[in-house]
Ligand binder design. Structure first.
Ligand SMILES: NC(=O)c1ccc[n+]([C@@H]2O[C@H](COP(=O)([O-])OP(=O)(O)OC[C@H]3O[C@@H](n4cnc5c(N)ncnc54)[C@H](O)[C@@H]3O)[C@@H](O)[C@H]2O)c1
Length: 365
């Protein structure tokens, strides 16, 4: 029997990504969804009606925090409001889960962590792709030592967002048009924290970071990134393209004894290890790779049929709320949050892009 009271949860920002959060919050036995906030009352009104009588609708975060006093707040608005809204919520006594990017720069992340510390609360960025089953499998393979000494981590993302859709809609400019690094920057936190997920000692030396606008669509800011981070004996490659097709999100780890890769969009896994035990071992290796291929095919079909749109958010939220109920720290640590932001900052700086602070000031004024 679980005697821990359900946490009273509020959501600020009810757009696209809120759907994933609300689906979990509506169904979980660990929480009671008590309030929704959005600048558009028609959205919150409609959702509150759908989600039940206990859910109140607001068009202003400060009023909601004052009247509802939630235990946890999900900040799911566009990036420029993440720090101010998270700060308000922490100061009102709530723990905060904020969508990525938590803040524009690493110093802003630090400042927010300090606000949380001062309020005796916790704040975490939604690093949901860590929770995809392919990442758990890949971490397992890396951890069991089969790959030998690790040499390279390669994150390669292709999303054809330059060819149409809300990133390039001239009528309603997407928030990425204000972000230094543009559309690439919007995906970069995912790429960096996944590199950290398999390589906790993520190298911090940026050897190169080339940001391009290949599509020529100015609203995208940047649509292509090719970057290399170097550590003592490991290299991290980060590649992003907004033009490539079909879409893909590949994470590969190469070691001296083998390599492993997954595609998070296509739910594919592959593992190849060097045979060290003579001809028979080589056959066994090949058989196990073949067996894995059959498993992958089955998983891919199941993935496409049953798990369309899976993004790891329900799994992340479940882990987070279990830990909160047990009085434990949130699952993604402050040092991991800091590291993600620091590496993004280094890549931006290496690319000679406008400093985030300057752009933020320009947007705010
Ligand atoms: N983790 C992921 O996998 C993932 C995926 C998509 C988006 N995101 C992130 O989620 C965030 C939101 O993206 P989205 O695609 O849902 O955007 P969206 O534009 O669809 O939704 C944002 C909503 O926030 C509301 N809003 C804006 N300012 C507000 C304020 N001050 N108070 C209350 N409501 C406010 C808007 O009215 C809108 O309904 C972004 O930071 C984005 O990077 C994360």
């Amino acid at each position: 029997v679980n005697h821990t009271p359900r946490r009273r949860v509020a959501v600020i920002g009810c757009g696209a990504i809120a759907q994933s959060h609300l689906r979990y919050l509506h169904a979980s036995p660990l929480v009671d969804l008590v309030a929704l906030v959005d600048l558009a009352p028609v959205v919150t009104g409609h959702l509150a009606q759908m989600l039940g009588p206990g859910v109140r609708a607001f068009d202003d975060a400060a009023t909601m925090l004052d009247e509802v006093r939630p235990d946890t707040v999900h900040v799911l608005t566009p990036p420029s409001s993440h720090v101010p809204l998270s700060t308000l919520a922490l100061q009102a006594g709530a723990d905060v889960l904020c969508e990525k990017p938590l803040a524009a720069t690493a110093p802003e992340v630090d400042a927010l962590l300090a606000v949380a510390g001062g309020a005796g609360r916790q704040v975490m960025e939604c690093q949901n792709y860590r929770y995809l089953p392919e990442m758990a499998w890949l971490r397992g393979v890396v951890a069991d030592g089969r790959l030998g000494r690790l040499r390279q981590v390669d994150i390669d993302v292709r999303v054809p967002i330059a060819s149409g859709g809300r990133f390039v809609d001239d009528g309603v400019p997407h928030y990425v048009s204000h972000l230094p690094g543009g559309a690439v920057r919007d995906f970069l936190p995912h790429m960096v924290y996944l590199a950290e997920d398999v390589l906790p000692l993520l190298p911090g030396e940026v050897v190169s970071a080339r940001w391009d606008l290949v599509s020529g669509k100015a609203a995208m800011g940047s649509d292509t990134l090719t970057a290399v981070l170097a550590g003592d004996d490991v290299t991290v490659l980060l590649r992003f393209s907004a033009l490539g097709s079909p879409p893909g999100f590949r994470v590969a780890v190469v070691g001296e004894q083998g390599s492993v890769s997954v595609d998070l969009f296509h739910r594919k896994r592959s593992l190849e290890t060097r045979s060290v035990g003579g001809p028979l071992a080589a056959v066994v290796d090949r058989l196990s790779t073949a067996r894995q291929a059959v498993v992958d095919a089955a998983q891919e079909v199941r993935g496409k049929v049953l798990h369309a749109g899976e993004n790891g958010i329900p799994e992340l939220l479940d882990d987070m709320y279990r830990r909160l109920a047990a009085g434990e720290p949130m699952p993604v640590s402050p040092s991991q949050l800091r590291r993600t932001a620091e590496v993004v900052d280094l890549l931006i700086a290496h690319g000679g892009l406008v400093s985030s602070d300057a752009t933020h000031a320009a947007v705010a004024s």
